[in-house]
Design a protein around this ligand. Sequence first.
Ligand code: SAH
Ligand code: F3S
Length: 447
Amino acid sequence: MKRVFIKTYGCQMNERDSELVAHDLMQNGYDLVNNESDADVVLLNTCSVREKAEKKAIGKANNLLSKRKKKKQITLGILGCMAQNLGTNLVDEVKGVNLIVGTQKFHRISQYLKKISTGHLANYQSRVIDLEEEEGSHHTINQHLSSSAEQVSAFVSIMQGCNMNCSFCIVPKTRGNERYREMSEICDEIKILRDRGIKEVTLLGQIVNAYGRGVFPRLRGESPFVQLVKKIHGIEGIERIRFTSPHPTSFGPDLIEAFAALPKLGDYTHLPLQSGSNKMLKSMNRPYKREKFLELVTALRSVNQNMRISTDIIVGYPGETEAEFEETVSAFKEAAFEMAFIFKYSERSGTPAAQFPDKIPKKIKEERNQIMLKILERQSEASNLKKVDKIMEVLVESKARKGRGELMGRTRCFRKVIFEAGRELIGQIVPVRIKVASSTLLKGSVA
Ligand code: SAH
Ligand code: F3S
């Protein structure tokens, strides 16, 4: 039996794609191992969104190949976004790579590995490259690993691609145009997960709330995304529905109201701002203004008093002056984001922003990053501290990674909570009284 190790870089969509590959390989007689040194086949599922992510994966690939010379002859594959982005250039960057597979071909990997291992050349010299588009490939991201009895939460891919073309972003190139799965297919998949004990689903898409636009009709003023969420809400046994990543412009009144009407949506959403400066937003090709964005935040907080909102921010975008950066700082405070991912702008070749003048020096990007991180820490800590002494509904996910056998769960507002209790609570929703809070974590005990 061949043993395969899959390493995943980047976002939840990549994790989901890796799960599909793992499932497919297991169906075809492979054994999944947790350690690269035990593997005959190593697959790197890669990310291209920032330069650092690509460098890391290339470094890893070359490191694995240098070991190959000394030790055994592993088969090495590079999958996903970086494969799509760099294409055949990877053959020079990673000499000896056997498999280069783009984002529409995950379901073909077992077939390609077979081809490689039965090739005329010695195993480690043959190569397959497939970066083509494939009609209907988005329908193939539908199988899950048969979960352990304790798995509580699962990712469900509802669409692929993104049509937005934000000037900084490589995703439209690596993931292609928007393609949506049918609602019935998605619901059937979720019912199977429910039957296996899954309590929470996270709907995935590069622009998840634009799901179905222009393809499925709006009904009763509701977008296809809200229609889908409502259908899933009706599936008994599914307790929570989350989604990532939404776009502010597809966040209509119907979705805002859904947060009031549908308890399973919980009290949390991600809402990527990117910049608080209208000039930067325009240059980023983000089709909303600071004011509209802040109105959306207010609307969400007014339909649900417990709403917790996270965001993405890019600092040091080409042309960002000190004053424009300060507008991001003020918008960040005004929106009172409770969590955020702060990124230093990373130039991606082939994107419009790569051609823009007035690049910001590394040192300034670093300074702005540090400023944002400090504000973020203050805001997250302040909001978490408000939860001390409160009783919160926690969906228990697993044993905590560190510590002395405590459990880890999430509140309705997606805060992580650590508390002491027996494993039999995994998968249940339990009331936990919060005792301690930091910027990233709550600790408590069963109330
Ligand atoms: N909607 C997508 C966004 C993908 S990129 C999704 O979640 O799948 C995630 C975040 O990375 C973006 O919101 C943006 O803040 C950041 N990002 C994208 N391109 C970037 C770049 N070139 N430099 C720095 N950050 C970037
Ligand atoms: Fe990227 Fe903008 Fe789409 S950030 S994934 S092009 S919404």
